[in-house]
Design a protein around this ligand. Sequence first.
Ligand SMILES: Nc1ncnc2c1ncn2[C@@H]1O[C@H](COP(=O)(O)OP(=O)(O)OP(=O)(O)O)[C@@H](O)[C@H]1O
Ligand SMILES: O=P(O)(O)OC[C@H]1O[C@H](OP(=O)(O)OP(=O)(O)O)[C@H](O)[C@@H]1O
Ligand SMILES: O=C(O)c1cccnc1
Length: 490
Amino acid sequence: MKLNFASALHTDQYQITMMFAHWKRGNHTKRRAFDLYFRTLPFGNGYAVFAGLERAITYLQNVRFTEEDLSYIQTLSPSYDAPFLEYLRQFRFTGDVYAFREGSLIFPNEPIMRLEGNVNELHLIETALLNFTGFQTLIATKAARIRHIIGEQGTLMEFGTRRAQEADAAVWGARAAYISGFNATSNVLAGKTFGIPTSGTHAHAWVQDFSSELEAFRAYADAFPDQAVLLVDTYDTLKSGVPHAIQVGLELREKGYTLKGIRLDSGDLAYLSKQARIMLDEAGLTNTKIVASNDLDEQTILNLKAQGARIDSWGVGTKLITAHDQPSLGCVYKMVSRLEDNKWTPTLKISSNPIKVSTPGRKKIVRIIDTKTNKAQADYIMEVNEELNPAEPLLLIHPVHSFKKKTIRNYRIEPLHVPIFQGGNLVYSLPKLDEIRQFHQQQMDQFWEEYLRILNPEEYTVNLSDTLWETKKQLLDLIQQQVQDLTDTN
Ligand SMILES: Nc1ncnc2c1ncn2[C@@H]1O[C@H](COP(=O)(O)OP(=O)(O)OP(=O)(O)O)[C@@H](O)[C@H]1O
Ligand SMILES: O=P(O)(O)OC[C@H]1O[C@H](OP(=O)(O)OP(=O)(O)O)[C@H](O)[C@@H]1O
Ligand SMILES: O=C(O)c1cccnc1
């Protein structure tokens, strides 16, 4: 990973105002714990795919206030005096981080990242962590949906850069798509930076730049005799584009080459691909592949497949890279515990919406795997010091509809959090991108199709341990009592 984006100013102003206020009171070294999570699955999907950890790690390793940053911060408030600026100058991330591995399947309200450190550092980094992980997880999830519809056969190319919400989104989005099973990106910087295979065809402008389509195809095939994918829809796909591509394909064959492919980019992609396949096959160009693009997403692709489209390779841009049908994951970052007098005290945030009431306490999370099928049964969230004994049956109770219960036997547990930072030091060895991609595939294989289908998937069980439930209930009761006492005295 070579892109560096670790400016300490990539944060919301309120993080710095809180840092100052804590520092002024001498409270800035108080130890706290935060969870990063999301509340609702995107796209009506049954799972999300975690991405963004590598970028978060680079950020946490390098986050600094430069001299220019400090000069700028000084202009923001007359309260920011020289000693505070010196404190910021010395700022380094010194906390502990636990997180899911990139490529993991994750579910609502699971702590994707768990952080402990001093209150100020945990404030400063919130915005950037939510920004990185929220976006990349969203794109990885969209890409997984698309890959799931395509199946194992079929090449997926990420074409989104020109339509992405700015440069970073394009490059990191290409990486997220690759994690979830895309085969290549058209973005050359993403190729160089992450080692993602790059691929592509040519644009309409190439064809327009010649006095005839045939001449354009010949010139392109001349430059790339074994790699040419010819865009056939500039004038008329079936009457002009495909016949010209066939002519060039036959000329290439005479020279011992194979025309790699043609690309369809408009019109009825099912009909055109079927007709083009017949025409190519009749000409003997059976190895020439058909690529399709044009506002594709998982729904259109599913439809095209149902219509029997003969498409080998899919170029997907706008709707993937912008997460077109849901532009934000809505990740949140909540304080869950405070260390006071050497004792961790759970804390929560109340909301009138029950789904938004945070879960207090420092937590770990395990996946319950059926030993016979090797499939995931549920995720189970516990306090950090709790243990689960797989020799004993486990009763799972639906967090909202408590009448829904199931007892699990014959299971093993997989811890889902891995230690990333300890005392600000990286203790995790970053996997290669291809290892992350493989790991993601293994994660998908661990889940029944019921959770993976793109329409109305089954809800996967995520349970809190009894201890966590008890703590949450007690805290809720306590806070509600305190509010009631206030109302009574007023
Ligand atoms: N057989 C099909 N079934 C369902 N959707 C299709 C089919 N063929 C194409 N589509 C999709 O329909 C949409 C058609 O887009 P659009 O209205 O832009 O038409 P177009 O023919 O591609 O025109 P343009 O030349 O402006 O791109 C695209 O999202 C495309 O992926
Ligand atoms: O359709 P997407 O999924 O976003 O994939 C990227 C699109 O980018 C190119 O189009 P171009 O910029 O030439 O515009 P166009 O839509 O007019 O073809 C390409 O031909 C694809 O259609
Ligand atoms: O290589 C292509 O065909 C391509 C690349 C980006 C966007 N659209 C198409």
